[in-house]
Design a protein around this ligand. Structure first.
Ligand code: HEM
Ligand SMILES: N[C@@H](CC(=O)c1ccccc1NC=O)C(=O)O
Length: 305
């Protein structure tokens, strides 16, 4: 496993790439991969249809959003030749496609039951970092045989490891830089690049910064262009809002229910990553609500004018 992980430039742990990106097959090769109903998973921990659905929603999002990579790379190029109409049409496609990604994201509710997710699936997605409270003060021992091996700690799987969503931020010039007084752990999203397949992280790191698209729109006297940029940013923030609603339904509410059942005492160690004493944590290790709201607000902050 260590050799395979090194080859893929991934840490030897369950990442988004392994659980989602490389864990599906189409049912019908002639039907789009953006349609969840046309997908099946290869492996699950629990054997539940809910777990398959949970992974496949992301696969459909990746498939549907993928066209935006070439669209937005062309838009970056168009900035250098001052091709305003191409930048404009690319931003409009971006907005339209991200709106469709939100529609796919909402379909999580159709096939994954929140209590099955929280109690049965989520424990398998937990990491080994900051998990002392779950009995892993040193992480997990990776036994390499012949008395060799070491303790290692990794973040759990998270969609923050999706290079597509990080690509959206970079091309639009959304900054998740920590500013004093903000709650978003800016470093987290950068840290998650180390959990992406090597070429994905290399690609993100190769994109020009500051965002040529944002700079071009900002410097343009054409109000329509600034408006198209702002609509794109707004749509990405709206996508993050849908995601916050999902997180509320799948983590916050089940956690509250359980806390009520246990009279607020003790920790359910099976449901890992719950630092209930300091607020709920994501499998990636963030304090989830402040982090996700911060990330949504930083998206809105990119708007011009
Ligand atoms: C039941 C379903 C889901 C739950 C409960 C959930 C939960 C979370 C949590 C707790 C985080 C914070 C990071 C961490 O510590 O792990 C996160 C991050 C993130 N999630 Fe989800 N997630 C779900 C599905 C999805 C899906 C389908 C997408 C598809 C795009 C997605 C996109 C993201 C992104 C992009 C981040 C990074 C934060 C950001 O960029 O704003 N999530 N998710
Ligand atoms: N961060 C989420 C888990 C999560 O979203 C996730 C974890 C592993 C693989 C994929 C994930 N997201 C969507 O498929 C949580 O805290 O439950």
């Amino acid at each position: 496993m260590l050799k395979v992980a090194a080859h893929l430039a991934l840490p030897p742990t369950a990442t988004y790439a392994a659980l989602n990106l490389w864990n599906f097959a189409p049912l019908d090769h002639n039907v789009s991969l953006s349609n969840i109903d046309n997908l099946r998973t290869l492996n699950t921990f629990t054997g539940t249809a809910d777990e398959s659905w949970f992974y496949l929603v992301s696969v459909a999002i990746e498939s549907h959003g993928a066209s935006l990579i070439s669209t937005m790379l062309r838009a970056i190029e168009a900035c250098s030749t001052s091709n305003t109409s191409l930048v404009l049409s690319s931003l409009t496609s971006f907005t339209c496609t991200v709106r469709e990604l939100g529609v796919i994201l909402k379909r999580m509710n159709e096939g994954c039951d929140p209590l099955v997710f929280y109690n049965k699936i989520r424990p398998f997605l937990a990491g080994s970092k900051n998990m002392a409270v779950a009995g892993l003060p040193n992480g997990v021992f990776y036994d390499e045989g012949d008395g060799k091996g070491e303790w290692r700690m990794f973040s759990g799987g998270s969609n923050a490891q999706s290079s597509l969503i990080q690509f959206f931020d970079v091309v639009l010039g959304v900054e998740h830089a920590s500013k004093p007084g903000t709650t978003s752990k800016s470093g987290f999203l950068k840290e998650m690049r180390a959990y992406m397949p090597g070429p994905h992280a290399t690609f993100l790191n190769s994109l020009p910064t500051p965002s040529p698209i944002r700079e071009f729109c900002n410097a343009s006297p054409i109000a329509e262009l600034v408006e198209a940029y702002n609509l794109a940013v707004k749509e990405l923030a709206a996508f993050r809002d849908i995601h916050i609603q999902i997180v509320t339904r799948y983590i916050i509410r089940p956690a509250r229910m359980q806390q009520g059942e246990r009279g607020g005492k003790g920790l359910n160690l099976a449901v890992a990553s719950n630092g209930l004493e300091k607020g709920l944590c994501g499998t990636g290790g963030t304090e989830l609500l402040p982090f996700l709201k911060g990330s949504r607000d930083e998206t809105k902050d990119a708007a011009l004018g």
